[in-house]
Structure formats: C-alpha cells, structure tokens
Design a protein around this ligand. Structure first.
Ligand code: DGT
Ligand code: MG
Ligand code: MG
Ligand code: MG
Ligand code: MG
Length: 274
C-alpha cells in the first residue's frame, strides 16, 4: 500500500527495545493505595482479601505471559520477572510494561467481587508500571531481596504502629513518635513484651510476601490434580472457586527468597528452564 504523506510522523516514535540478555522486570504498584485501602476499609496492616486479590491478578499475568519465570508481590505491588532471552513483543519495553500493567489492573477489578463479595468498589483503581533490566543473576536476586526486605521492614513497623494505635489507644502521631529510631530488635521486643505477640508467628504471607513460580515438569507429570490443589496446603493463600481455569500450573509460596535455599531448591528459575 502506498504510504500517505503523513507517514513520516512514525519517525517521532522512540525505540525502547530492552537490551538483549538481561532479565526484564516489570513492577506494578497501586496508585495512592493508602487512600484506596482506607476507602475500602482494608484491615490494617494486612488485608487477606486485598493481598489475595493482588495474587490472583498476578496469576492472570503469569498465565498470559509464559516467559514470566517468577512473580513477587507484597503490599500494593507485584514484580514480574521475564526470562533473559524472552522475545515477547520483540522486547519493546513500553509495550511489555503497558500490557502487563493493563492486564493486572483489569484482572484486579474483574476478580474484586470474588474476594470482597458484596462490598462494591468505590472508584476505579490504577497501577503504575516500570521496566527495569538486570544484566546478571546476582542483580536480579538482589532486586528481589530488596523487595522482600522492604516487605519485612514495612510489615514489622506497621504491625507495631497499628498495635499501638488500635490496642494501646495512641494517636497515629504518638505511635510514630514512639517508634522513631527503633531497631528491628526493639520492635520485636515491643510486640512480645507489650502485646504478647511473637512476630515470627505472624502469617508468612505478611512477613515474606508472595512468590509465584511455575510447577516443575516432573511434578506436573506426577500429579493430575488442579494446580492449586497440588500446591502444599500451607503455601496456598486463597481458594479458587471460579469457572476460569488457569492454563499455567503454578506454585504460590511465601518463601524466603533472600537466602540461598530457595534458589538451590528451584534452580530452573535462573536456568530459564520451565
Ligand atoms: P503511590 O504508590 O506513590 O501512588 O502511593 P501509595 O499510597 O500506594 O503508597 P505505597 O505504594 O508506598 O504504599 C502502599 C499503601 O497501600 C500503603 O499506604 C498501605 C496500603 N496497603 C497495601 N496493602 C494494604 C493492606 O493489606 N491493608 C491496608 N490497610 N493497607 C494496605
Ligand atoms: Mg502504591
Ligand atoms: Mg510511593
Ligand atoms: Mg507500594
Ligand atoms: Mg493494535
């Protein structure tokens, strides 16, 4: 077909092809979720419905994009790791990122009623998205460690903060003042001494966040149950009741991904073999 005289405007589009041989990480994060959580009466500091809905939306993304080898989520964010040699959308960064954030957001809205039942959504939520490239496996592991450390630090702080507000009757300002400058050990002691709470007994989903990985091939062959039934009981953090059957067989874990153990147990993630 003959080109129109307007065609030249295409030259204004910027190339944003991701560097070859790098892990592509897409992170989505809820826009102003402090407000979204308040308006929808999320339990503080952790709302199982909200966290499990995030994981459901992440599973939709993993189901659609087979080159995602691992997802990690906590709070209002999820990171999606595409294998190094993926050729999805010809590695165009904005194309990958916008598709992931869009599918994640629509899935969050689509599955809302399944987690929040009759409580209706008060306004349409939005998520931002970013693309980050990691050239080495160590960089990727350090990225994931950073997000999991963030989960732990925030959760420990928030657990103390809300105990002081909800059970001790402090104002948010007083609670903030009391926690200012405290170390992790101080916070653990505060929870234990003042609230008889052993922080390590809190659900792993709150302390460690959620990891989604593909089932290993041999585990798939060995078992013909549905993907969620197949996961170890304590690793499944939500029940799947719907008619939509995910095509991807996944494992939902709340593992420590900072230490070596996880990576030794799941070598296929970094090897790029599913
Ligand atoms: P942003 O991301 O800059 O647009 O702003 P926010 O407000 O989303 O800030 P962010 O992403 O740093 O922090 C996440 C917020 O989401 C934080 O204020 C607490 C809220 N949030 C996330 N998960 C839960 C939950 O399970 N329960 C409650 N109550 N709040 C939650
Ligand atoms: Mg946010
Ligand atoms: Mg922020
Ligand atoms: Mg966030
Ligand atoms: Mg089109």
């Amino acid at each position: 077909m003959a080109k129109s005289k307007f065609e030249y405007v295409k030259q204004f589009e910027a190339e944003d092809k991701c560097l070859p041989n790098c892990w592509i990480v897409i992170r989505v994060d809820g826009k102003s979720f402090h407000r979204f959580a308040d308006v929808h009466h999320f339990v503080k500091p952790n709302d199982d419905r909200g966290l499990n809905l995030m994981t459901r939306a992440a599973q939709c993304v993993m189901d659609e994009y087979k080159d995602v080898v691992l997802c990690y989520g906590q709070s209002d964010e999820y990171s999606f790791v595409f294998k190094k040699n993926t050729n999805v959308f010809n590695r165009r960064g904005s194309k990958i990122m916008s598709n992931v954030v869009s599918l994640f957001t629509s899935s969050y809205v689509f599955y809302w009623p399944r987690y929040f039942n009759t409580q209706s959504m008060q306004y349409p939520p939005a998520f931002d998205g970013r693309v980050v490239l990691y050239p080495g496996d160590k960089n990727l592991r350090d990225y994931l460690a950073w997000r999991q450390a963030d989960c732990h630090i925030n959760n420990l702080y928030n657990t103390c903060f809300w105990k002081l507000v909800q059970e001790r009757g402090l104002t948010p300002a007083q609670s903030q003042e009391k926690l200012k400058g405290t170390l992790s050990s101080d916070k653990n002691e505060l929870l234990f001494n003042d609230f008889s709470l052993n922080y390590n007994n809190l659900p792993e989903m709150y302390r460690k966040g959620t990891v989604i990985i593909h089932q290993k091939e041999k585990e798939l062959d060995a078992n013909s149950m549905s993907p969620l039934e197949r996961s170890p009981r304590n690793s499944v953090s939500f029940s799947f009741q719907g008619d939509y059957i995910p095509r991807t067989r996944v494992q939902i874990l709340h593992s420590d991904i900072i230490s070596e153990k996880f990576w030794t147990e799941h070598p296929q993630i970094l090897d790029g073999v599913k």
